[in-house]
Design a protein around this ligand. Structure first.
Ligand SMILES: [Zn+2]
Length: 100
């Protein structure tokens, strides 16, 4: 099976690349992260702002402040989770008491 390498284009200087040795654009040095880079949370916190490849949207997302981004993501996740719980509660029958 042929698997052509994905090509990325730097959001800043439009440098077109398929692979790069460092995590930044070979043209302008902008930090460009893709999932396979597996950056650690500590690294992301240190860099604070960078471009991150969004495979679903097929475009670069600019993260202005990683801490802030993380906080929002957690909040969104918590909201989603709360909604799921409320739904589950509505669906389930009223609590039954065990007779001993
Ligand atoms: Zn660039």
């Amino acid at each position: 099976m042929r698997w052509p390498p994905r090509r990325y284009q730097c959001p800043k200087c439009r440098w077109d690349f398929a692979v790069r040795k460092k995590r930044c654009c070979p043209g302008c040095g902008t930090l460009l992260l893709i999932a396979s880079d597996n950056p650690t949370d500590a690294e992301l916190t240190e860099w604070k702002s960078f471009w991150m490849w969004e495979p679903v949207k097929e475009r670069w997302d600019y993260i202005r402040d990683w801490e802030e981004h993380k906080r929002q993501a957690i909040e969104q996740h918590a909201q989603w989770w709360r909604r799921a719980l409320v739904k589950a509660e509505k669906k389930s029958s009223p609590p039954t008491r065990w007779i001993q």
